[in-house]
Write a protein that binds this ligand. Structure first.
Ligand code: NAD
Ligand code: MG
Length: 399
């Protein structure tokens, strides 16, 4: 992308969310020379208007079309164009930016991320679900267009930073760290009664509701294992997870000679965003610094697969291949929404995902449904959502 001092054209997809806000906060703190072409949001029109007034993008896009009038009214006289709808988000992703932050939550991020990838932009990828749904296709499309995908997820950013391109064939293991989430020390009986408020109260990171629930169930780590396997072309059996409650070591790479490299930093998502923005350079900004003496000790433990079956479910989805990861993701999105809506219990989330995968596997509907990767992922996503809705309804009746 050229030197950091050159003006960069930027699009932020999902600008009103936790990662979107961190991205704009980093731009402000670092005084990075950016020209924002587009900011996009799902339905938080008020925050989008405030951001657009501050950053003056060419266009501000809201996915929810019922918010268009409010967006237009809020932007009157600013010169910022207002647009709405899923197609407008996809268009905004393809405005010819040098750098696109992909920070929409869920499979809804796939089409805009692919759209950005086709332009050859550098994609800063926070939206892990798009990789889980269509990883190989997304990476190939970005490469063929002359662009790249740089991970923003802190674990993958860590691996990306310590992976030595010259000896990739000598990597023996990728080790993802996990905080263990708010229920790390809870019994299954306690977890069965967990409320949405308890599930979203993450000990170290402040994040959107969906990823917070995923962290509590450890499905986040399951999604991240799949993300890592695609990003770093590593099979499931060479990806491990270790619980590290302090979230200081963001992940590790073990080499064939037994040497293990780690990346460390305070838990602040602006650090991996800065890395994705400046790579291979480093963005100077007043970042929080790591004070290891203040931590005193860093601790580690093995994940408990009885209480956190999501890790095993994700391994199974990787072994099944085809549409299984996309189906797992869709079922999880449905189950998390039902849990946040208080329709099902916390443990029903993983059970619903496993039930949906089992049913699709026995029906033989996990094969790639089309030769077009986006269409295939969207078809699998839709059929998994139909089946997950039935599975969730059964759980709801039982509660
Ligand atoms: P969030 O819920 O805070 O924000 C999501 C953003 O996407 C918002 O701007 C929202 O308006 C927009 N959005 C939602 N649905 C949409 C739709 N259908 N169409 C268009 N836009 C839509 O989520 P977040 O915590 O910022 O996470 C974003 C992504 O980054 C997720 O994939 C998450 O897994 C990943 N991630 C987040 C963190 C974190 O610290 N928050 C860390 C690592 C990875
Ligand atoms: Mg992560």
């Amino acid at each position: 992308m050229g030197p950091l001092t050159r003006l960069r054209k930027v699009v932020v997809l999902g600008s009103t969310g936790s990662i979107g806000v961190s991205t704009l906060s980093l731009f402000e703190a670092s005084k990075a020379p950016v020209e924002i072409l587009a900011l996009t949001a799902g339905r938080n029109v008020q925050r989008l208007i405030e951001q657009a007034i501050q950053w003056r993008p060419l266009v501000a896009v809201i996915d929810d079309e019922s918010c268009l009038e409010a967006l237009r009214a809020g932007l009157e006289g600013t010169g910022v164009r207002a647009a709405a709808g899923a197609a407008a988000v996809v268009e905004a992703a393809a405005m010819g930016a040098d750098w696109v932050m992909s920070a929409i939550v869920g499979a809804a991020g796939l089409a805009p991320t692919l759209s950005a990838a086709r332009t050859g932009a550098v994609i800063a990828l926070a939206n892990k679900e798009s990789l889980v749904c269509a990883g190989p296709a997304l990476l190939r499309i970005a490469r063929e267009a002359g662009g790249s995908v740089i991970p923003v997820d802190s674990e993958h950013s860590a691996i990306f930073q310590v992976l030595q391109p010259a000896c990739i064939s000598r990597v023996s293991r990728l080790i993802l760290t996990a905080s263990g989430g708010p229920f790390r020390t809870w019994t299954r009986e306690q977890m069965a009664l967990a409320t949405p408020e308890q599930a979203v109260a993450h000990p170290n990171w402040s994040m959107g509701a969906k990823i917070s629930v995923d962290s509590a169930s450890m499905m986040n780590k399951g999604l991240e294992m799949i993300e890592a396997s695609y990003l770093f072309d590593t099979p499931e059996e060479r990806i491990d997870v270790v619980i590290h409650p302090q979230s200081v070591i963001h992940s590790l790479v073990e080499y064939a000679d037994g040497s293990t490299l780690a990346q460390l930093g305070p838990p602040d998502m602006r650090a991996p965003i800065a890395c994705a923005f400046s790579w291979p350079d480093r963005l100077p900004w007043p970042a929080p610094r790591l004070d290891l003496a203040a931590y005193g000790q860093l601790t580690f433990e093995a994940p408990d697969l009885e209480r956190f079956p999501s890790i095993a479910i994700a391994r199974e989805a990787m072994r099944l291949g085809g549409g299984a990861p996309a189906a797992m993701n869709a079922a999880n999105e449905m189950a998390v929404a039902a849990f946040l809506d208080r329709q099902i219990g916390f443990l029903d989330i993983a059970a619903s995902v496993a039930g949906t995968l089992d049913r699709m596997n026995s029906l033989g509907t996990l094969e790639d449904a089309s030769t077009d990767p986006l269409e295939s992922a969207m078809m699998t996503d839709a059929s998994a959502r139909r089946i997950a809705a039935e599975v969730v309804a059964q759980k709801r009746q039982r509660n």
